[in-house]
Design a protein around this ligand. Structure first.
Ligand SMILES: Cc1cc2nc3c(=O)[nH]c(=O)nc-3n(C[C@H](O)[C@H](O)[C@H](O)COP(=O)(O)OP(=O)(O)OC[C@H]3O[C@@H](n4cnc5c(N)ncnc54)[C@H](O)[C@@H]3O)c2cc1C
Length: 548
């Protein structure tokens, strides 16, 4: 007699979707999580809730013409699949594109989810048509942000909990998978002491007991490695991105520890593409941290001037919001692990959004009054708080004073104010005529052709040194760890494959632990809004497959 039909390891988005789908099929499900109940939903709770849809009503209303063919061109150009083990990731990419252009939105809409009407244009690429990036805006922010993405699945699971089909066991940390005659038949682990820390804070690992649970099927949905910087450095693709940064901020809570990946490998599952990762270059040290070394990512509009640690402007396509990994490589090639934005108050007011549900109380709280204030004269309150209290921000009226403030920050290479002024004045000269050879100025004008950017995300072109647009602002940007693009190798049913490419009986995986499907549905680069969607799609496939 087994303890349950399905044991789900991880109560993040992928685990919740898998559990809900399995319970809908009358299976008895136990969901284990090493954290307490207050943490239900994992990383997705903190997310902005951005989702990648193709040819959605929101896009059509904003006069964005998107097609599956265009999305496919963008995805494949970004993924650049080039390895033998990309067979399943490539099939996952095709299936996910069909989902994103087909059933995804209506399925989620039916469950009560809604989206902000202005579609965001993330990760624009900025090189050639067949290369990386979104040709059109596709980033749909969920009304209610991350908590709004989780809500329908938590609701479904609470109903199943009431009818006895689902049981949650919190503070249950899996330490091993049980393998019986080659089949995964359950999990063993430690029961951790209850810890009243708030959601997202690091909890204790004090052990008060042990557990041993048997199951007909085990689904690993334990997330990625972004909270474990040793593991990130060990897997860092030195030949592609240069040496790993000496200093990084953590864009994910400490529970994103990657421990479960090695445990699954020990039970026979194969991990592929572990050198593929998605880390951001616009990380801020949070002045009000929740988890250790907590970093917040700026989602930048296109106008901030981006300088390396020696004060040289980055060339195109390394423009704000264009090419995350290309810029990361360019930064690391300088020999430093940080870079600088220089901008104006007029730019920050319109172009700085901060990633994270707690940084967007208007969208998270579905507060239209507060949201309208984004169109006002001042930066949104969370951005203003960083300007006032953030360790990485300098605000001054004069450029020479700004650079002096930048040079006074600890551990920076001193910059020459004259060199910075020369580059800014050259750029400002290009703003004053309607032609330009400056790729960033052209990009700003291109962005403003899109109504959504013109209204919400791209400041009216102006001279950086125009005092009426000031004060001037400098931001020191750190590398921020976030997503794991590789992971457990899975087929389209989310069954985990072994080193020979055959399914390990009894074992499934979903979400970030499975590289969002297949062991790396994104290939080398992501188009954004594809992580939550990847958790939903792979979790759904896993939950449906175990019921077959
Ligand atoms: C601030 C922020 C903003 C983001 N914004 C977006 C966005 O706008 N759009 C987008 O697409 N993506 C976004 N993401 C990424 C996305 O939220 C994550 O990739 C996704 O939520 C991962 O879900 P998951 O279920 O795979 O893993 P997780 O959420 O990490 O959940 C895994 C769970 O497994 C548990 N666990 C791990 N190991 C064990 C073990 N050994 N035993 C028991 N339990 C274990 C963990 O405690 C955790 O609760 C964002 C992420 C963050 C942090």
């Amino acid at each position: 007699m087994v303890d349950c039909d399905v044991l789900v390891i991880g109560g993040g988005l992928a685990g919740l979707v898998a559990a809900a789908e399995a319970a809908d099929r009358n299976l008895k499900v136990i969901v284990l999580d090493q954290e307490g109940e207050q943490n239900l939903g994992g990383q997705a709770f903190w997310s902005l809730g951005g989702l990648f849809f193709v040819d959605s009503p929101e896009q059509r209303r904003m006069r964005i013409r998107d097609t599956l063919a265009l999305a496919r061109q963008d995805w494949m150009g970004s993924a650049a699949f080039d390895r033998a083990e990309d067979h399943w990731p490539r099939l996952w990419a095709e299936a996910y594109l069909d989902f994103a252009a087909g059933e995804k939105r209506s399925w989620l809409h039916q469950q009560g989810m809604r989206w902000f009407p202005v579609v965001g244009w993330a990760e624009r690429g900025g090189a050639l048509a067949s290369g990386h990036g979104n040709s059109v805006p596709r980033f749909h922010v969920t009304w209610g942000t991350g908590p709004g993405v989780l809500a329908p699945f938590i609701r479904r699971l609470k109903d199943h909990e009431a009818n006895g089909r689902v049981e949650f066991r919190f503070r249950h940390q899996v330490d091993g998978l049980t393998v019986t005659n080659g089949t995964v038949t359950g999990a063993t682990g430690s029961i951790l002491k209850a810890d009243p820390v708030a959601r997202g804070q690091k909890s204790s690992r004090d052990v008060i007991g042990a557990f041993d649970l048997s199951a007909g099927a085990v689904i690993v949905a334990s997330g990625g490695i972004g909270g474990n910087h040793d593991l990130v450095r060990r897997n860092w693709p030195v030949e592609r991105l240069g040496k790993p940064p000496g200093f990084m901020v953590a864009g994910v809570p400490a529970h994103v520890d990657g421990r479960m990946l090695a445990i699954t490998e020990a039970a026979g599952g194969a991990i592929i593409n572990s050198d593929r990762m998605w880390h951001y270059t616009e990380g801020l040290r949070n002045w009000d941290p929740i988890w250790p070394n907590h970093g917040i990512r700026i989602l930048p509009g296109p106008s901030s001037l981006w300088f390396d640690a020696e004060g040289n402007r980055f060339p195109a396509p390394y423009l704000p919001g264009f090419d995350t990994l290309g810029t990361l490589k360019a930064i690391m090639a300088t020999g430093y692990d940080y870079s600088w934005f220089i901008l104006t108050k007029a730019i920050i007011k319109k172009e700085f959004a901060l990633s994270g549900s707690e940084q967007n109380p208007d969208l998270t709280g579905k507060d239209i009054g507060l949201l309208m204030k984004r169109l006002g004269k001042n930066p949104a309150p969370p951005v203003q708080a960083f300007m006032d209290k953030g360790a990485d921000f300098i605000v001054r009226d004069r450029l020479e004073d700004l650079v002096a403030g930048m040079n006074a920050l600890p551990d920076v290479r001193p910059l020459d104010a004259g060199k910075i002024r020369t580059q800014i004045e050259a750029r400002d000269r290009e703003i004053d005529n309607r032609f330009s050879k400056d790729a960033q100025v052209t990009a700003i004008r291109g962005a403003r052709n899109y109504l959504g950017d013109k209204i919400m995300r791209t400041a009216k072109p102006h001279r950086i040194l125009d005092p009426s647009a000031g004060p001037l602002i400098a931001v020191k940007l750190n590398i921020l760890t976030r997503k794991t693009l590789g992971g457990l190798h899975t087929d389209l049913e989310s069954r985990v494959l072994d080193g020979t490419g055959n399914p390990v009986p009894g074992l499934w995986a979903a979400g970030e632990a499975a590289g969002f499907g297949g062991g790396g549905v994104h290939g080398y680069n992501a188009l954004e809004g594809t992580f939550l969607g990847g958790c939903i799609f792979s979790g759904r496939n896993a939950g449906r497959s175990v019921g077959r």
